[in-house]
Write a protein that binds this ligand. Sequence first.
Ligand code: UT7
Length: 328
Amino acid sequence: MTTTVRRSVLRGSGSALPERCVTNAEMTTMVDTTDEWIVERTGIRARHIAGEGETTGSLATLAARRALDAAGIDASSIDCIILATATPDQTFPATATIVQNNLGCRGGIAFDVAAVCSGFLYALTTADALLRGGNARRALVIGAETFSRILDWDDRTTCVLFGDGAGAVVLEAVDVDPADPAAPGIIASRLHADGAYNELLYVDGGPSTTQTVGKLRMKGREVFRHAVVNLASVLEEVLAEAGLTSAQIDWVVPHQANLRILDATARKLSLPPEKVVVTVDHHANTSAASVPLAYDEAVRDGRIKPGDLVMFEAMGGGFTWGAALARV
Ligand code: UT7
């Protein structure tokens, strides 16, 4: 008799970007910078910026609808929505409940996760635990941000780096044979946080301190150093947990903060750069949205195919960082 295990299988993905695209050339008209500096230091060439009426909740809803369409799953059967964001529509209630209401699926679990750029990894791992534990059967995991609204547009060291957007995946609990190497679903994941690094990447406001929303502040060079070390280490952890090697990975879908971080992390794991999905050039850093945005793009353009082994990874404010390995 085969003993099965419950896994969370990725059934479909979707994404949404604000209409307005701002190139580096346009950025030079707003702040003292150059296209050369931005491209050389980050790989970013353009980003999408939310306009009036475009919010984290509206982008998340659009991404969720597209993920449900791709999965061929009706919103009414979704019993869990976890939305990762650092830029919610309201301080409370959770933007996940706004999405839930927009989709018309009432009564299930719905909450936000605040882990900044690692938010999608935190949301994915939490949803996976809820599905495997039997608390839900079909989950929407969303990363959605409108970072343009917490940027200091007079600070050229940060405002050129970020963009807005949303990505979503539908997860479904499925019983699989763990001995089958082709069995789909999330195989392993690991999350970490170290609150000692708050002052390297934070927002200088909040309801309980200043009663304002605040602006993003970052000591980029220090964050960069930690990102490369932490990401390489959590990727090794997840591979060890899965009993697999980096050579078996078909695609890495990383958080898109900086092309140089993606290259350095790939090098540390001896992964060829062709296996890394890169969207930072046209999305910039969309925080919690960047991983599902990149995943959706690579699924829709045919790079990521059913059966591929995909590593997701991210690092951000907190510090927080994490990785998850799934056969899709
Ligand atoms: O998503 C969460 C995680 N975030 C990250 O992973 C971000 C990690 N950090 C980075 O990506 C990079 O550190 C940055 C892209 C933020 C900065 O690159 P860097 O090579 O570390 O540059 P730097 O901050 O050390 O700045 C170098 C120079 C400075 O001038 P001086 O002091 O050397 O004369 C800056 O004033 O570049 C200057 N500079 C700019 N020049 C033109 C900073 N921002 C700009 C700008 N345009 N926008």
